[in-house]
Design a protein around this ligand. Structure first.
Ligand SMILES: Nc1ncnc2c1ncn2[C@@H]1O[C@H](COP(=O)(O)OP(=O)(O)OP(=O)(O)O)[C@@H](O)[C@H]1O
Ligand SMILES: [Mg+2]
Length: 277
């Protein structure tokens, strides 16, 4: 038996996903994806619109199961057909839209309480103990946004950047096996996007979190993370890590795309967004 350290944090085995099967709109969003995410991997996932990035994250998060034959293993536990709330024990998630990851009507501390209980209960527990309040303050302080002094403020009163930063803390407070980030800075203005991206990088490194981050921004994909995965038409077509990832340039990515996808990338608009989107 391999020891625990050598078991991948997450394993996708031959995962496919077909939408609108047997209709004119049928689409193979994922096409036999096999991907091992090792503990400590910090993956940037890029790919054109509709290449299957969000579907990949949705399958990992248990939003829907893959087609028969595919498997999702989290730390060797087969979660393939478990409902979404059972995946939540292992998976933290931040979405593109700041309003999705947090509840506007509830306060900061109530949102954090729900995050702490995520995957353990489906009920709403709003009671916040004194010790928990102290731990929330400690979790929020490093963001440098003063949120630790606004625990009883409704989340609806926060800015988009503050909400994304709070979502990040909510997604990581229970130390998930894998953190999923789906273009989580794309809806923010460039300056705020940069701040939230730096905070993400700080939290991922500080807590040694295993992360899978989707981005449309090649500059972000090159600057952050320890591994880069490129999706195209539901397949994972390029996967580099370590020194090879660190030495990549935008022309390298364009070349890799053309070589692996067998298509010319006439301009970089499908993969690259120049601002921090
Ligand atoms: N719930 C769904 N029902 C039907 N089709 C879907 C659904 N979700 C995704 N698709 C289709 O599956 C394909 C892959 O979509 P997906 O959202 O995974 O792409 P993506 O790589 O995240 O794209 P983007 O960069 O635009 O976010 C697309 O053709 C999309 O239209
Ligand atoms: Mg997407």
């Amino acid at each position: 038996m391999p020891d625990d350290k050598h078991i991948p944090a997450l394993r996708m085995v031959d995962v496919s996903k077909i939408f609108a099967r047997k209709t004119l709109d049928e689409v193979k969003a994922l096409d036999g994806v096999s991907l091992d995410i090792n503990e400590g991997d910090y993956i940037c996932m890029i790919g054109s619109n509709g290449s299957g990035k969000s579907t990949c994250l949705n399958v990992i998060a248990g939003v829907f199961p893959p087609e028969r034959g595919g498997k999702i293993l989290i730390k060797d536990n087969d979660v393939t057909n478990l409902p979404e709330y059972q995946h939540a024990k292992y998976v933290g998630r931040v979405w593109q839209d700041p309003s999705v990851g947090t509840c506007a009507r509830l306060t900061i501390e109530e949102n954090l309480s729900m995050a702490v209980l995520r995957g353990r209960t489906r009920g709403l527990h709003k009671a916040v103990s004194k010790s928990r309040r102290t731990s929330f303050k400690e979790a929020l302080e490093p963001l440098g946004m003063g949120l630790e002094n606004r625990l009883t403020a409704p989340v609806g009163t926060l800015s988009g950047g503050q909400r994304q930063a709070l979502s990040l803390i909510m997604a990581t407070i229970t130390r998930p096996v894998v953190l999923l980030l789906d273009e989580h800075v794309a809806a923010l203005d460039p300056k705020t996007a940069q701040i939230v991206m730096e905070l993400t990088d700080m939290v991922v490194h500080r807590d040694n979190i295993t992360a899978l981050m989707v981005t449309h921004n090649m500059e972000i994909a090159l600057r952050y993370g320890s591994r880069l995965v490129m999706m195209h038409k539901g397949k994972c077509i390029f996967d580099v890590a370590g020194a090879r990832k660190a030495g990549l340039t935008i022309p390298d990515l364009m070349k890799a795309f053309e070589k692996e996808a067998g298509e010319m990338l006439h301009d970089d608009s499908t993969l690259l967004v120049s601002a921090a989107g």
